[in-house]
Structures are given as C-alpha cells and as structure tokens.
Design a protein. Sequence first.
Length: 332
Amino acid sequence: MKTAICDLLGIKIPIILAPMGNAVGPKLTAAVCNAGGLGTIPLWRADMETLRGQIRQVRSLTEKPFAVNLNLDFPQEERLEACLKERVPVISFFWGDPGGLVSRAKAGGAVVMQTVGSAEEAQAAVRYGVDIVVAQGWEAGGHVWGTVATMALVPAVVDAVAPVPVVAAGGIADGRGLAAALVLGASGAWIGTRFLASSEATIHPHYRDRLLKASESDTVHLQNLFDLNWPDAPHRVLRNKTVSNWEFAGRPETGKRPGEGEIVAHSKSLGEILRYRSYTPGADTEGDIEALSMWAGQGVGLVRKLQPAEAIVREIHDEASSILKRLAAMLD
C-alpha cells in the first residue's frame, strides 16, 4: 500500500501516530516508525534539554523518519529552531496559524504537516507552504480543533487543496477506517486512541483498562472542562466522575466548578495534579486516576486488546489492504 505521503515522508505504510501528550515517548514513536508508519512525538511543552534528549533517544531506537509535533497555542520558535538543528525530518503543527514557521521549517529541510478543522483552514495552510494537511474530524480524542465530522471533512479538504495530500484524523482505529479514509481521497490515516492500547504507550493501567472496556458512546466532547494549563481548548475524553459531578452541578463555568483546587493525584515526574488539569494519566501517576482527563476518540469502541505498536500498524495495514482488494474485485 503506497500513497502520496509515503514518498513525501519516506514511510512504507500510510499510518501516522497521533501526538498524544505524555502517552507518547521515544519508544512508541520509534516502534511505529520501525513498523513502517510515521511516529510523532509531542515536544511542545518540553524545555530545550528535554527536547534534544527525546529527539536523540528516538534516533537511537530507529533509523526511520519521525515527526515532532508543536502546538501553536504556545510559543514554538525556539523549539522549532532546536528541532531543525537536530535535523528532525518532519514537523507537525497544530492548533492555530503557523505563519512564518512553515517557511522556516521548510528552509531547515523538514517536511511540514498542519492539522486543520475546515477546508478554508486547509487552503490557508497550503498557501503558507505546508506539504501535508491533516484533516481532524470532531470524533477525535484529546484536543479537537474543529467541529466537522471526519466523513464530511476529509473529502471537502481533499477537494480544496488537491494535489496536496491529505491525512484523515478522528475516529479511525482499524483497517476499515484506513480503507474508508483512502476511499474518501485521503492519502493516509492519523491514529491516536488505538495506540493508547499499545504496550509502548506510557499511560496508567487504570486509564488503559477504561479504554479497553469503553464503547463508542462513552466519550464526551467538552468545550473547556479539563482546562488547567491549557484553557479554551475543546477536547474529547472518556466520561468519568469529574465530568459527571460537573454535569450534576449544572455545568458551572470555570471558577465555580465542584472540587476546583483539589489535588487529586501526584505524578513522580510532574508533581501535584489538580482536578480539571489538562493531563494524560501517566504510568507514574498515583492517586484518584478516575478523576483525571482520560483522552479518547469515538473510535475507542474498536479498541479491545493490548498489543505492541508494530502489531497494531501491521494489523491495520493488512485489514485495509484486504478490504481495498475486495472492493476492487467487486468492480471487475
């Protein structure tokens, strides 16, 4: 299975790992790369020493191309410069206008991806010089930029920016989703929630257990609930007691929510975790894990087993290939 992004990114399988906060470290990034896809490591909060160390650790685990994700809701000029000095081959921008950062990244030799939520945003990204557009549908887990569902968004973006390749994101968790994305005109799939159930994902066991037991209706899209450290950023999570208690209280605004200011957990690496913090429950977290933000997309109902990341990539690829061959045979 070879598409336009395979040549651009230097990969064999058109699957891109979504940059899921603390859940994605060098091991998961490299595992997806070694399986033939593109691993993406989110370093948009990292200090320079950590950023360089993480990039070098990825390089020690794979010789394949990988991406670094930078969140544009926060200043990223210094991090971008550090990535380019480290010769990061692919830069992924998210959440906002990339402005002159695209030309700077391209001048530094990187392939540039930009996540968008509409066809209009996609066209703007292409005018900036973006090489690949990621169309993120409303079904996506974690922080969700747009309001349009994947099925409607992807073909609209494809039509708006052709021949620039488009990657579909949001609700894709198996080979059927990848095949559907390709039929819609995308050149690949951006997959997150499925990889939370990989053995390399650095998440808390309780979080993983909740994911494996969840159905497609167990997530909720919120405008501004888990907002400490990142306000005004809509997101999708598994429904838990923090969500339920807030809803029972009448969905009060920030500053009037039940339990605000409470320390609900502690991370050995990050310290105290307050209720409503935007935080991925990590493996080193102790405390009330059920109260934390458990990011998940609507594809979570298709996630039913813990697997190595390589097995996930291969399974999705093989299932999609089989489906596309069957569809081609039906047309003969």
